[in-house]
Ligand binder design. Structure first.
Ligand SMILES: *Cc1c(COP(=O)(O)O)cnc(C)c1O
Length: 353
């Protein structure tokens, strides 16, 4: 199998990087999370609590969920991989969408399952194409909402329609890695888990600025909790990660103010790019997918950005070689990025910065 393709982070010597390739937060973690991690280090001679009770309790209280249905992992990637190891395998199929997060494919191949992709419509997940692509041996469906790398959202009603249209034996995994950025004022999806065979995943890596601590979580039906906890390595999250995540979860004000700042900057950046004639699907995340006229223009722009220290993500791996994905960074980073894109397109004067 091909390895999971990480972003190319090579830079010319001596250039200060603007890391806009991996959807990391442009803010440091909550000061409360930093303090909690430092405090936890003072007892790091002991193994972590295998029940991860403090963290799960924080999540349960903030989101109003039953603690028994919350499972944490070393990043939601660990949870995705645990789900495919439990429920996919030789002779079974995993279904995701055309531009579905690339790790769904990697995790499925590691479990020796086959993977299928349902077409998206206008860079957006389509419930109709997903339902049409289900085969008798399809055992898991992964939908990222909001999507990565598209940034787009499908409404809650569409996810309910998807669950209703699926056989109850099919596991539906809704990956809400960017759920905290989705400000569409709809009720959260967690109640769908009660219908059975449905999992909702979240992460501390994006909105909570803790990518380096490797903590993800999800709401799981009781039967699935029992299965995945058998194969999760319960020692994979460190005491510092557990403590930082619990404190970050309890500091909702900090997280929400970071997300609001990002949203404002994202929307104005997207508007500037549209004025340059680029296509930017409406994003509800901390990144935008930028469509150029063709692959040559995308490559030229990505290279120009990289030479000036702005690292973005080429999208060839998703069959979108005319696009690049740009994480929303600081105000200065976005000003520089907009200016460099204008230069690369040779239309610098049209962008009013
Ligand atoms: C970033 C991301 C994740 C994962 O991350 P962890 O850092 O492992 O929690 C999961 N799903 C999607 C769609 C992502 O973009």
């Amino acid at each position: 199998m091909a390895g999971y393709a990480l972003a190319d982070l090579q830079l010319p010597d001596g250039i200060n990087p603007a890391p806009l390739a991996q959807n990391e937060s442009c803010f440091p973690p909550s000061p409360k999370a930093i303090d909690a991690a430092a405090q936890a280090m003072t007892c790091a001679q002991f193994y972590p609590d295998p029940g991860q009770t403090d963290l799960r309790q924080s999540i349960a209280s903030v989101h109003g969920l039953n603690i028994d249905n919350i499972v944490c992992g070393a990043g939601s990637m660990e949870l995705i991989s645990a789900l495919t190891r439990c429920y996919a395998g030789p002779g079974l199929r995993v279904l995701t969408t055309q531009y579905g997060y690339a790790f769904f494919r990697t995790a499925s191949i590691m479990a020796e399952a086959e993977i299928d992709f349902a077409p998206e419509v206008d860079f957006t997940v389509s419930v109709d194409t997903l339902l049409a692509a289900v085969q008798p041996t399809t055992n898991i469906i992964f939908v990222a909402n909001p999507g990565n790398p598209t940034g787009t959202v499908i409404p809650r009603g569409e996810l309910l329609r998807l669950r209703d249209g699926l056989d109850e034996n099919v596991l539906l995994v809704i990956d809400e890695a960017y759920g905290e950025f989705n400000d569409s004022n709809e009720a959260p999806m967690f109640d769908l888990v009660e219908r059975g065979n449905t999992v909702v995943l979240r992460t501390f890596s994006k909105a909570y600025s803790l990518a380096g601590m490797r903590m993800g979580w999800g709401l799981f039906p009781t039967e699935i909790v029992e299965q995945v906890t058998k194969i999760l390595c319960l020692g994979s999250a460190s005491v510092a990660s557990l403590a930082a995540a619990a404190a970050a979860m309890l500091d909702q004000d900090y997280m929400k103010s970071c997300c609001a700042d990002v949203a404002k900057r994202r929307d104005s950046f997207a508007k500037d790019l549209s004025k340059l004639g680029l296509t930017v699907p409406q994003s509800k995340t901390n990144f935008v997918l930028v469509g150029f006229r063709d692959e040559a223009e995308a490559v030229r722009t990505e290279t120009h950005l990289r030479q000036r220290g702005v690292l973005t993500r080429g999208m060839g791996g998703y069959g979108l070689s005319h696009c690049i994905r740009i994480t929303i960074g600081s105000a200065e980073e976005m000003d520089l990025t907009g200016q460099l894109i204008g230069e690369a397109l040779g239309r610098f004067s049209e962008l009013a910065i």
